[in-house]
Design a protein around this ligand. Structure first.
Ligand code: ZN
Ligand code: ZN
Length: 318
């Protein structure tokens, strides 16, 4: 088990390539769309589930070209926002934000799908199952491929290897130009160089993914994370970058890490012949992760300071 202290869009494609099965258990629709697209282009099955109060639903989407995807069902990218922010707001008005029995039933069903997929049984993939923990029965609906789906439906071929992760978007584009020649770099989501604070409307220097910006779209003066840009800076964001042209200085200065281009990851390019594919980045994706189990040192610390009855001990407490 591993975890990253960042949005999955910033952790990047390395986490998808690393996984045997991708489990989407997120509240944000834009994160689900990202997971669905990156799972498909890398040929990974995605087990997806969600719940609200007593009702829940789940699907397993195949990692094969042409199969129905999560975005066929939910084409939008508009997000319900942060799960934690929603829970805090609900708690402040004394509403229990989620029923844990629904979470437990859904989690068990999703875990069983993961096990079945890992042992080679993909028999159930494709439909959507709907249930309600208060009236225990499941109904299922077939999901047709939506011809207007904006998502990715094809597993992409590997066109080449880039070598170690580049430091910046400028270096990434330069090295792709040497490897692929003419063509386009297609980022997983827009990279924002500068954009206006949503409260005071002063320009912020973001240099990160759109999802990182949308998580807290405020300048430092409004208690957000982003520093103010120099006076007179115009907003700028890119998702498609021509490899034929020089990248602008502001976009070129965005670090690769900030847009999820990391060791063990990949980028999507369209080469000079119009072929879409992946260019892989060498290295170990696990460098961007932390183990979720305590290491032996912290285990020793737990033994040295045993919990008194009623006291919870975690690795963080030691
Ligand atoms: Zn689709
Ligand atoms: Zn502001």
């Amino acid at each position: 088990m591993r975890y990253a202290e960042s949005l999955v869009q910033t952790a990047g494609d390395g986490v998808i390539r690393w996984a045997d099965v991708v489990v989407s258990a997120v509240d944000s629709v834009s994160a689900r769309a990202w997971l669905a697209e990156r799972s498909r282009i890398h040929g990974r099955v995605m087990v997806e589930g969600g719940f609200a109060a007593a009702e829940f639903n789940l699907s397993a989407f195949l990692g094969t070209s042409g199969a129905v995807c999560y975005r066929c069902l939910n084409p939008g990218r508009q997000s319900s926002g942060s799960c934690r922010a929603y829970a805090r707001a609900a708690e402040s008005v004394s509403i229990i934000p989620a029923i844990q029995t629904s979470a437990a039933v859904l989690g068990g069903m999703m875990a069983e799908q993961v096990i079945q997929i890992l042992i080679g049984n993909q028999e159930w993939a494709g439909p959507r199952a709907y249930g309600n923990v208060r009236h225990p029965a499941l109904s299922t609906a077939g999901l047709p491929v939506n011809p207007d789906c904006p998502g990715q439906h094809n597993v992409l071929p590997v066109l080449g290897e880039l070598g170690p992760a580049p430091a910046t978007v400028g270096e990434l584009a330069g090295r792709l130009r040497e490897t692929a020649g003419r063509g386009w770099l297609l980022l997983a989501e827009p990279a924002i160089a500068d954009i206006a604070c949503t409260r005071c409307h002063e320009m912020c220097r973001v240099r990160a993914t759109e999802s990182a910006w949308l998580a807290r779209p405020l300048c430092q003066g409004c208690d957000g994370p982003w520093p103010r840009a120099e006076a007179g800076t115009a907003p700028q964001a890119v998702q498609l970058l021509s490899l034929d042209d020089e990248v602008s200085a502001r976009v070129g200065a965005i670090t690769s890490e900030a847009i999820g281009v990391r060791p063990g990851g990949a980028v999507v390019v369209m080469d000079g012949e119009g072929q879409h594919g992946l260019v892989l980045i060498t290295g170990d994706a696990e460098r961007a992760w932390r183990p979720a189990t305590p290491d032996p040192t912290s285990m020793t610390a737990i033994r040295r300071h045993p919990a008194t009855p009623g006291q919870r001990v975690s690795a963080e407490d030691t």
